[in-house]
Ligand binder design. Sequence first.
Ligand SMILES: O=C(CO)COP(=O)(O)O
Ligand SMILES: [Zn+2]
Length: 213
Amino acid sequence: MKSEELVLRQQMSELCASLFERGFSVGTAGNVSARLHDGILMTPTNSTLGDINPERIAKIDLDGNHVSGDKPTKEVFLHQAFYETRPEAGAVVHLHSTWATALSCLEDINPDDCIPPLTPYVVMRVGTVKLVPYVKPGDPKSGDLIRELSGKYSAVLLANHGPVVSGKDLFSAVCAAEELEETAKLLVALRGMPTRTLDAEQVAELKETFGRI
Ligand SMILES: O=C(CO)COP(=O)(O)O
Ligand SMILES: [Zn+2]
């Protein structure tokens, strides 16, 4: 096995454990993937992010065949669709983190902008977040729904399910998933209170200074 893959397996195991230990995932909820030059590493299905064995992380090749490790997450279609439509994505994190999932269940959420630009970091790390209609966990249709977005969004909320966040690499995707979760918490805390978001000029300044998400 190439060292690139060994390093990524170890990093995935450590970052998944960190997410679990800090309560971003409970039980066997959520899954994580990262792109290699010859395929994608994915957390195994029904595994807890708190205890991912690096050697048992699933690998699928560029054609989607399972080539090593345990059986991949049932959300394989979701992850693949992100890589297909966002060439810049190096990793994808899906969680059922509490506050983002709470937002995904709200009747009156704006489906085109689930997370308004409350703070600079959510703009810089996450960008605009789209609501994706509900399908059952592992439904291949989730891949079609992501492909329909043509790679426009680095993060989405799956309705009544939870967030999916991509990033240029595993660390960036994990940081973005944490930023999304914290902003969702702020949004719920501020519900019903007159709230100032960043204006279009402030958002544009951030994008200009810190680049495309
Ligand atoms: O979050 C999950 C389904 O949406 C967990 O599924 P897996 O255990 O198959 O990764
Ligand atoms: Zn899920």
